[in-house]
Design a protein around this ligand. Structure first.
Ligand code: HEM
Length: 204
């Protein structure tokens, strides 16, 4: 049995700030996007024009945040790109991790900062967000050469709307899985990530 201590240093302020910006933007984008798709409810009494403007600004912010986070992962201090790529600490732990998630094992194996399934989800989000931005910006700038190209590839504007809408549900579903995991599987890390509280965890 190994005890792991999570400290504030594992989640430096820039990493926490960028995570919270993502969290806020995804909530705003999903809520405003859902309203744009089906405005049969009131979103704090906002007009459709305002809701659309909020959606676009949140879209810009989350993409800017993604670029800054990517730059920081590569060149920032501590430069944590390794946490999102295959690493030797995780070798041979995938099946053990799956057994743990299937309740076939009591504790999770010793891994790097993020286990393989977890980092796969983060990398998936990276590409999904770029994909969502491409479809989003093609709707926003449909008159531009970029917009026309993306719309042609998708086979029409209505396909882009449908793809963008379905991708929202992929974000909602995976974000709910993430929320379940952090609250019920990794609560100590949640406390460190949000409140800078030092926490301890048992692994084998
Ligand atoms: C990343 C940058 C993003 C940009 C630039 C963007 C842009 C847009 C644009 C231009 C529209 C069409 C609005 C209209 O015609 O009135 C739209 C609709 C929508 N967006 Fe986004 N969006 C982005 C991200 C997201 C994300 C992350 C989500 C969900 C988590 C999302 C969910 C939606 C939904 C559900 C709609 C309605 C689609 C429909 O009517 O079927 N968007 N977005």
């Amino acid at each position: 049995m190994t005890q792991i201590t999570h400290t504030k240093g594992d989640y430096p302020i820039p990493a926490r700030a960028m995570h919270q910006i993502n969290l806020l933007c995804i909530i705003i984008l999903a809520a405003t996007g859902f309203f744009i798709h089906k405005p049969n409810f009131s979103l704090f009494g906002m007009s459709m024009n305002l809701v659309r403007a909020v959606h676009f600004y949140a879209g810009f912010v989350i993409i800017l945040n993604l670029l800054v986070r990517f730059y920081w992962a590569l060149l920032g201090k501590p430069g944590d790109i390794a946490n999102f790529l295959p690493q030797k600490e995780n070798r041979g732990t995938l099946l053990k991790m799956i057994s743990y998630y299937l309740f076939l094992r009591k504790t999770h194996p010793v891994t790097g900062k993020h286990n393989t399934l977890q980092k796969s989800m983060y990398v998936f989000w990276f590409f999904l967000l770029i994909f969502q931005a491409i479809t989003g910006f093609s709707m926003l700038w449909k008159g531009s050469a970029f917009g026309a190209f993306v719309i042609a590839v998708a086979g029409g504007l209505s396909n882009i709307y449908a793809i963008h809408y379905l991708t929202m549900w992929v974000f909602v579903a995976t974000t709910l899985v993430h929320l379940y995991m952090v609250l019920f599987e990794d609560f100590p890390v949640f406390m460190t990530m949000f409140f800078g509280v030092e926490s301890k965890e048992e692994t084998t």
